[in-house]
Design a binder for this molecule. Structure first.
Ligand SMILES: *Cc1c(COP(=O)(O)O)cnc(C)c1O
Length: 371
C-alpha cells in the first residue's frame, strides 16, 4: 500500500525564476521609479510577446478576464454568443459583463471543445459570435468553426487561457479567429503573477484596446471612450519576461510528466485517457485530465476524496458545468449538453507542475490504483 505524501501535492504550483534574476529586474524598476502605465519593462515585454506570437497585434492586461471582457467590447459584440459550458466561469462571466447572452452548446468527447455541428444548430438571427475555449490546451476545430462563422457572418473568438505555447502546423494558435485571449495567472502553465493578453487579426483594434484598458485616455486632457482600468504593471511584466525564457523547458518537463501518467494509468481499467492531439499540434501539456468510468471501482468524487487521504489534491476541472451555476441556470438552453454533462461527471485532473518528480507521479498512480 502506498504511503501518503508528507507534504500536500497540489494540482499546480507556479514556476518561479531565480530570486536573483527577479531582483535584478526590480533594481531597474526602482531606478526608473515607473511602476505602471505602460512602463519600459511592459514595453519590452510587449515586444517579446509580439515576436513570440508572430504578430504586432498584441495587447497586455492585468488579468485574462478583463482582457476577454475588453476584447468582446472592442469587437462590439451584441446579442447572443454561442459558447461552451465546459470551462472556467470567467469565459461566460466576460459575456455577462458585456450584457451578452451566452448560448451554451455541447462539446466533443475527445477534446472537450465546442462541437461545430452543435454550434451551427444553435445559430439564431440574434447570434453575433462564437466564443470557443481551447480547454486544457486542446485546440478547437478551427477549420469547421471558422467556416461556420464565415457562412453566418459571426465573429470567432477564442478563450485561449490554457493554450499558451500551443502551436498548430508550426504556428502559434494565437492567429486563429478574430481574437484570442491568453491568461497569465499564477495557476496557469505560464504566468506573469496575474496577467492576460489579447492577440487579434484587425490591427485597427489595438488603439481601441489601449483606450479601453486605460480609462479611454488619448492624452492628458482628452478622454475618447469610457474605458476601465485593466493595465498590466511593471512587476507583472518583469515576471512574465523572465518566465517566458523558461516556457520551452516548462512544456518539455510537463511532457515527461504526462508521458509517465499515461504509461502508468493506461493499465488501470476504468480510467479513460483523452487521446493526445494529432501530430501537427504541439500541445503544451497544460493539464492532466482523465475520465473516471463506471468500470473503475470508485466513482469520480470518491476517488477525488480517496486521493486526499494520500495528501494528493486533484481537481474536478470543469465541474459543475456553467449551466448548473445559479447565475446561468435559468437561461434557456435548447441543447441537452449530453456529452458535456457526462464529461463533467467523469472528469478529474491530476497534479502537474515542473517540480513534480516522475517518481512522485508513479506514486500518485499507485495511490489511484490502490483502493
Ligand atoms: C484562468 C481562466 C480565465 C481567466 O483568466 P484570469 O487571468 O485568471 O483572469 C478565463 N478562461 C479560462 C478557461 C481560464 O482557465
Amino acid at each position: 500500500m502506498p504511503t501518503p505524501f508528507d507534504k500536500p501535492i497540489l494540482v499546480t504550483r507556479p514556476f518561479l525564476p531565480s530570486l536573483e534574476e527577479y531582483q535584478r529586474g526590480l533594481r531597474e524598476i526602482w531606478d526608473n521609479a515607473w511602476l505602471t502605465n505602460n512602463g519600459p519593462v511592459l514595453q519590452r515585454y510587449t515586444r517579446r510577446l509580439e515576436s513570440f506570437f508572430g504578430t504586432p497585434n498584441v495587447c497586455l492586461f492585468n488579468n485574462g478576464t478583463l482582457a476577454l471582457q475588453i476584447g468582446l467590447q472592442g469587437l462590439k459584440i451584441e446579442g447572443e454568443v454561442i459558447t461552451t459550458p465546459f470551462t472556467f466561469v470567467a469565459t461566460s462571466h466576460a459575456l455577462f459583463w458585456n450584457r451578452l447572452t451566452p448560448v451554451f452548446v455541447d462539446i466533443e468527447p475527445d477534446t472537450y471543445t465546442l462541437d461545430p455541428a452543435a454550434v451551427e444548430a444553435a445559430i439564431t438571427p440574434r447570434t453575433t459570435a462564437i466564443l470557443a475555449v481551447h480547454v486544457f490546451g486542446f485546440p478547437c476545430r478551427h477549420a469547421e468553426l471558422s467556416a461556420i462563422a464565415a457562412r453566418h457572418g459571426l465573429k470567432l473568438i477564442y478563450d485561449a487561457a490554457h493554450a499558451m505555447g500551443v502551436t498548430v502546423d508550426g504556428r502559434p494558435i494565437s492567429h486563429w479567429g478574430d481574437l484570442s485571449m491568453f491568461s497569465f495567472h499564477a495557476t496557469k502553465l505560464y504566468h506573469s503573477i496575474e496577467g492576460g493578453a489579447l492577440t487579434f487579426a484587425d490591427s485597427g483594434l489595438k488603439k481601441t484596446f489601449d483606450y479601453l484598458k486605460n480609462f479611454g485616455f488619448e492624452n492628458e486632457t482628452e478622454v475618447v471612450i469610457p474605458g476601465t482600468n485593466a493595465k498590466m504593471n511593471e512587476f507583472q511584466a518583469l515576471m512574465g519576461l523572465l518566465v517566458l525564457d523558461h516556457l520551452p523547458a516548462l512544456i518539455a518537463r510537463r511532457r515527461e510528466i504526462v508521458a509517465r501518467y499515461r504509461e502508468r494509468l493506461a493499465a488501470i481499467p476504468g480510467i479513460r485517457l483523452p487521446p493526445l492531439p494529432p501530430s501537427n499540434v504541439a500541445w503544451n501539456h497544460a493539464y492532466m485530465p482523465v475520465e473516471i468510468l463506471p468500470e473503475f471501482p470508485l466513482c469520480r468524487d470518491a476517488l477525488y476524496e480517496h486521493l486526499k487521504t494520500y495528501n494528493v489534491f486533484s481537481r474536478r476541472y470543469f465541474y459543475p458545468l456553467l449551466t448548473d451555476f445559479p447565475c446561468y441556470r435559468d437561461l434557456p438552453c435548447r441543447d441537452p449538453l449530453t456529452v458535456a454533462r457526462g464529461v463533467a461527471d467523469r472528469i478529474l485532473t491530476f497534479p502537474i507542475y515542473h517540480e513534480l518528480a516522475l517518481d512522485d507521479v508513479s506514486r500518485i498512480c499507485d495511490c489511484i490504483a490502490d483502493r
